[in-house]
Design a protein around this ligand. Structure first.
Ligand code: GDP
Length: 390
């Protein structure tokens, strides 16, 4: 039971000019060593240990982190070992099918009509547009599908369904690189910046991503650079405790977000963690303000490490409004991947296609619920199967 006593380790870090006091809170005593890699909870799950061929979050990475210099950590009591991320979308398929199969049902229903006339093809196009796919991709899909059906010369339900599946896959994109770049660079951790409008699920994504990475064998540190909302750092702290990741935060609201991000990365370097995930503020005030803020965070981090991923979190239920927000973020910062949250709460999965097209950036992760493990690497095949019931 003693092990469960929460100890708050207070680390004072003075940033040049900023003078920010940061709290690094841990749930148990940290062994003092130059390369402390223990992060509570998930330690050594081997990447890809599920026996499935599906990718893990950092598909293509070569070797698990070197833990040889790590002092033996006391047994971690609190955090249940997370499952590896590989194949997660397949495991969450039921949830995906529940939200997306209505779209497939309508499309297949229209395609099975006795006569596939002009009006029916228009309805198919409309259905795709209503599912937030966007006008151009919807038109393109209908045109191609129309040709395919004609060439195949069949109206057999199974064949038509497989033609639809192929066209949906083509629109979603099977060849995009959706791997997350979370590999250490020498003695530096990988840095993931998480951006997006408040309410999209940004902080949850930081927590869930930390847990997934821990499940894949990484050690993770969270940086609470959303210093504008009073509760944001507390919320991230709670996530950190749930998933077994330490949190670097300021002790006061309104602190300079760039200072916090800088200190989080510094702490990450000193502690030898693999990945630092930085949560940022999501106020859509002015575009210039947002650009200044995110630009400064990136610049300041770049003094010590490389920002490997900028993940834009987008709420799948917000449709055109969400797309507009995404555009603003993409204009001010180089987004490397999209996290589409709340896909469990909408039948409008077409947004995957629309947002990728709009930003020219792949959807890398999808959120399918509020649970700890409800964030999954995006897999086009599993997604399209959920639509057409494959
Ligand atoms: P932030 O303001 O962007 O940091 O958003 P939060 O992380 O606080 O999330 C806002 C709300 O969305 C919370 O109630 C989350 O539980 C919920 N949420 C986040 N992701 C998902 C998801 O994938 N599915 C569902 N159903 N809810 C989600």
């Amino acid at each position: 039971m003693e092990q469960l006593i929460i100890i708050l380790a207070v680390v004072v870090v003075v940033v040049g000019g900023g003078g920010t006091t940061l709290l690094v809170r841990t749930r148990r005593r940290v062994p003092r060593a130059p390369h402390r890699t223990e992060v509570q909870g998930g330690t050594t799950a081997a990447p890809g240990a599920t026996g499935t061929a599906a990718p893990d979050l950092a598909k293509g990475r070569s070797a698990p982190p070197d833990l040889t210099a790590t002092p033996a950590a006391p047994p971690a009591p609190a955090v249940e070992k997370p499952p590896p991320s590989a194949g997660r979308l397949v495991r969450l398929r039921g949830r995906l099918a529940r939200s997306q199969s209505a779209l497939g049902g309508v499309l297949l229903g229209l395609l099975s009509r006795d006569r596939l006339d002009e009006e029916t093809w228009d309805e198919i196009e409309e259905t795709l547009i209503t599912a937030d796919m966007g006008v151009t991709p919807a038109r393109q899909l209908v045109e191609e599908l129309r040709t395919d059906v004609k060439v195949a010369g069949t109206r057999d339900a199974e064949e038509v369904s497989s033609l639809l599946r192929a066209q949906l896959l083509a629109q979603v994109g099977v060849d995009l690189d959706r791997s997350l770049h979370t590999e250490r660079r020498g003695d530096r951790p990988a840095v993931v910046l998480v951006v997006g409008v408040n309410g999209t699920g940004k902080t949850s994504v930081c927590g869930k991503l930390a847990r997934a990475l821990i499940g894949d064998g990484h050690s993770v540190l969270l940086g609470a650079a959303d210093t504008f909302r009073a509760a944001a750092a507390d919320q991230l702290q709670t996530w950190g405790e749930r998933v077994g990741a330490e949190v670097v935060r300021s002790d006061r609201d309104g602190a300079d977000p760039a200072s916090v991000a800088f200190d989080a990365v510094n702490q990450g370097i000193e502690r030898g963690v693999d990945v630092v995930i930085v949560d940022t503020a999501g106020r859509l005030h002015t575009k210039a303000g947002l650009m200044d803020e995110l630009g400064k965070i990136k610049r300041v981090i770049s003094r010590h490490a490389t920002v490997d991923e900028v993940l834009l979190v987008l709420d799948a239920t917000t449709g055109q409004n969400g797309l507009r927000q995404a555009r603003v973020f993409a204009e001010v910062v180089d987004v490397t991947g999209i996290v589409l949250t709340k896909l469990d709460g909408t039948a409008k999965g077409g947004i995957v296609v629309a947002v990728q097209r709009e930003l020219g950036v792949p959807v890398k992760l999808v959120g399918l619920g509020e649970g700890l493990d409800d964030l999954a690497p995006f897999e086009p095949e599993a997604f399209v199967d959920a639509i057409v019931g494959g």
